[in-house]
Design a binder for this molecule. Structure first.
Ligand SMILES: [Zn+2]
Length: 112
């Protein structure tokens, strides 16, 4: 099965679609075997050990001091050891207090 591009009977210019289709089928079957024989048991074993593999990355935020990516729930930066705002609500509260007055900044600092 295929197309003859050049002279009839020339095997060098024959596009064999059948071998392409069989290669695609072989690839799909091979990947299914790899998935069910290696990946699924590995995920199952790691889940029993309490480790999540092949999942979504944990959410991160940028440190305000050094701009490194740190976990979103972090209260201290692991790179520069600066204190992190605990949540977004307190961040906005701090920003509003800082813009309104000097005593607002002091209050926000005491709240930490
Ligand atoms: Zn930092």
């Amino acid at each position: 099965m295929g197309w003859q591009l050049g002279k009839a009977g020339n095997k060098a210019t024959f596009v064999d679609i059948g071998s392409l289709i069989s290669a695609v089928i072989y690839f799909i079957v091979f990947m299914a075997v790899v998935y069910f024989v290696i990946v699924l048991p590995y995920k199952h074993i790691q889940a029993r050990r309490g480790v999540k593999v092949f999942g979504a990355e944990p959410k991160t935020k940028a440190c305000e001091e050094c701009l490194s990516d740190i976990p979103e729930a972090a209260q201290k930066c692991k790179y520069c050891a600066s204190e992190q705002p605990r949540s977004r609500e307190k961040t906005t509260e701090f920003a509003v207090a800082a813009t309104t007055s000097q005593s607002g900044t002091a209050r926000a600092r005491d709240a930490r």
